[in-house]
Every structure is written in structure tokens, then in C-alpha cells.
Design a protein around this ligand. Structure first.
Ligand SMILES: [Mn+2]
Length: 300
């Protein structure tokens, strides 16, 4: 399949640059040549309005205007690309890109599934979110447990994913959730902690994809790089944010993603959370690009 590269210069916290700087930094580090073995179609970055580090008065969402615009533009871009038989690779931004990706899958190829590789469960209900950041609650919105009554394009994402069609690999956010009083979704959704995944990454991935495929006709592969151990990857989040203890190594992550892709049925991929402001010498951008080169042979 032709790989369509879609850069999303969006920062969910509404910072001037932050994760919005990721697409340009990753391209400067060689992202496109990392895919040189593949037929690629780079596109101009998605247009995203200027950031505002405040909650939208109507929706309560942080940087709400840019978020809703990003969701609309990305849904249109992904729908066109999937309908054309291409494989979209979304990079930059944060986990809120799933609020466009999962509805786009459903609207083009039917019942969507999600392999969710992330350090957090991202299922905070709206009313428990301290700042209204969509990237902490996109899973709850997709499962239809929060965000009811929000306007389009949110309503398109609300309930778009069935719990059986979702597997989470790598969460290690117990302490973070505990502070907010947010329960784990492990009772409703299959969740494999980072310790479990690290014990046999390829097997975890194959089991996850088999389960998802038995409940969905196609699936999306999402990687939030905060699934990695802080020592392997630190250019994420905000300065001063409480780091998560534990996490996967780059080697684990590569094994998980390659085994998942080889199991088949993947229709698109997102790679999010890189913050170039925390990567002065760009060594972490180069490591991400190396990871993309390593998984490139297994893309459909
Ligand atoms: Mn996440």
C-alpha cells in the first residue's frame, strides 16, 4: 500500500510550539527517507488554527477551537486516504488524533478496532479532568463513557469503539490515575501492563491483534511514545510533569509493533507525543526516525 504521511502540528496543551513542532522536527531528522523503501505520499501538514492555552468556555476543552478544527480536518484527510486504499501514517500531536482516526475507519471500512500502545489508559471522564485536555480522555469518549452531548465532530467519536475491539498494551499510570480518582478500564477492556508486555512483546502483540480482529473488521495501531521508559525517551509531556515509573524499551516497542503489523489487518498508524522543545540536540527525533525505519518493512 502507498503510505500517506500526515503531519499534525497540534499541541493539546495549547502551547506555542510543544508537540505542534513535532512534524517539522521529525522531517528534519529524516522521517521521509526512513520510509524510502516504501512508496510514500507526503502531504503538507494538516492546517491547525493558532493554539490557546485555555479551556473553551462552551465545551470545557483545553485549546478547544484548535482541537475541534484538527479533528475535522484529520477525519476528512484520513477518510480520503483510506478510501483510496492508502495506509495513513499520522505523526506529531497527541492521542486526541484517535478522535478522528477511529470514526474515519468506521465511516470508510466499517467496524473499527484499536491496538492502543500507551503509558496511560487515557480514559479520564470529562468531569475528573483537571485541565480539560482531550488526550487524557479520548478512550472514554470513543467508548461512549464521557463526552455525551458535545458538539460535532466530538459526537462522531462518541461511542465509536466497542470495548471488545480495543486492547491496551503498556499502561503504567496507576499512581497518576489514583491521584485523580480514576479507576482502571481493565474490567471492561483487555489491558496488558508494560511489565506483561516486556515479558514477551511479540506474543502480546499477536494475541492483541487476534482478539481485536475477532471483534472488528479492521484496526488502527496507535503509539503514544510515553509507553517508553523515561530513560529511553524523555522528550514528552511538559517540563516538571510527574514522570511515570517503568515502561518499555525501544527494543520492546519495535518487537510489539512489528509483530502486530505482521499479524495483519492494520489500516493506519499514529505516532504521537514527541515534544522537540525537550530535545535540544534532536537525538530523540533521530531515534524516532530510526524506529520508523525499523518498522517500515512490515507496514502493509
Ligand atoms: Mn496517550
Amino acid at each position: 500500500m502507498l503510505v500517506r504521511l500526515i503531519g499534525v502540528p497540534f499541541d493539546g496543551m495549547g502551547r506555542k510550539r510543544g508537540q505542534a513542532g513535532a512534524p517539522a522536527a521529525l522531517r528534519a531528522a529524516g522521517l521521509e527517507s526512513a520510509l524510502s523503501s516504501r512508496d510514500i505520499s507526503p502531504r503538507p501538514d494538516l492546517p491547525v488554527p493558532g493554539a490557546r492555552a485555555e479551556r473553551d468556555p462552551e465545551s470545557g476543552l483545553l485549546n478547544g477551537r484548535a482541537l475541534l478544527s484538527m479533528m475535522r480536518e484529520l477525519h476528512a484527510e484520513l477518510s480520503a486516504s483510506i478510501s483510496a486504499g492508502q495506509f495513513p501514517l499520522v505523526y506529531g500531536a497527541d492521542c486526541s488524533v484517535l478522535l478522528a482516526a477511529i470514526p474515519a475507519l468506521r465511516d470508510t471500512v466499517g467496524e473499527p478496532g484499536l491496538l492502543f500502545i500507551d503509558g496511560h489508559e487515557d480514559a479520564t471522564p470529562m468531569e475528573r479532568s483537571p485541565v480539560g485536555e482531550a488526550a487524557n480522555m479520548e478512550i472514554a469518549v470513543l467508548l461512549g463513557t464521557t463526552g455525551e452531548g458535545l458538539p460535532q465532530p466530538f459526537s462522531r467519536a462518541f461511542g465509536a469503539l466497542k470495548p471488545d475491539a480495543l486492547v491496551m498494551l503498556g499502561p503504567h499510570d496507576h499512581a497518576w490515575r489514583h491521584e485523580l480518582g480514576v479507576d482502571s478500564v481493565a474490567g471492561r477492556v483487555v489491558v496488558r501492563s508494560s511489565e506483561e508486555v516486556a515479558a514477551d512483546p511479540a506474543r502480546s502483540a499477536r494475541e492483541a491483534v487476534r482478539r481485536i480482529s475477532s471483534h472488528a473488521s479492521n484496526w488502527w495501531l496507535h503509539t503514544d511514545l510515553d509507553v517508553l521508559d523515561e530513560r529511553d525517551f524523555s522528550a514528552r509531556g511538559a517540563p516538571g510533569e510527574v514522570p511515570l515509573a517503568g515502561g518499555l524499551t525501544w527494543q520492546h516497542l519495535e518487537e510489539v509493533v512489528r509483530a502486530a503489523l505482521r499479524t495483519g489487518g492494520c489500516r493506519g498508524l499514529s505516532l504521537v507525543i514527541y515534544n522537540p522543545d525537550l530535545d535540544a540536540d534532536r537525538s530523540q527525533a533521530r531515534r524516532i526516525v530510526q524506529f520508523v525505519a525499523d518498522i517500515a518493512p512490515d507496514l502493509p
